[in-house]
Design a protein around this ligand. Sequence first.
Ligand code: URA
Length: 225
Amino acid sequence: MVPGSNPGGIASVPTDPPRDCVLCPRLVDLRRDLQGQHPDWFNAPVPSFGDADPGLLIVGLAPGLRGANRTGRPFTGDYAGDLLYETMLEFGFASGVYEARPDDSLVLHQAMITNAVRCLPPENKPVGAEVKACRPYLLATLDANPSIRAILALGRIAHDTFLTTFGLKKSLFPFSHGGRHELGVRNLTLFDSYHCSRYNTNTGRLTAEMFKSVFADIRTLIPRP
Ligand code: URA
């Protein structure tokens, strides 16, 4: 198999799962419970969000309960989004005003955001089978956006699913905050950051300065227009 090829056939997988995706029984159960409890929430696989011609693809973990799962836009409405969008605005990957709702004026530039798993997992922890089931959508997203040159993996799970997507050895590309890996596939560079979660920032594992330094590095590959 050619590294980076889509053995399932490019045309066969859409870039986003259908609203009623049934691939992961645990996630379907949770979704149906929440549809009953909060009929006004999005409660479905969250589609990618961003520029139609992105140079950068940011890969998060999975929607948050009261964030993307409620609003329907990645990282929108929870703490992780506050730091992510503030940083993207500072580095020119976004403009407008982020107001934690999908109808605010925020627009992304040269960037798209997606998640390794598109549905809300219990306790924010997807299991391996769920990451695997969602991987074709990650690959389809890349296939549909050949302008992507940089991937920012927010956390180890996003990093690992990316390597697995292309059959690359984890031992050759170890995850580390600030890590930068030339993958040798599709001219892609993988950047690593600790996830911008409230837990990581509260514990001091990730500071705003550490997060900014990753974006500064990405800007050396994807310059401002
Ligand atoms: N919201 C998302 O969409 N993804 C994450 O990884 C965290 C919060």
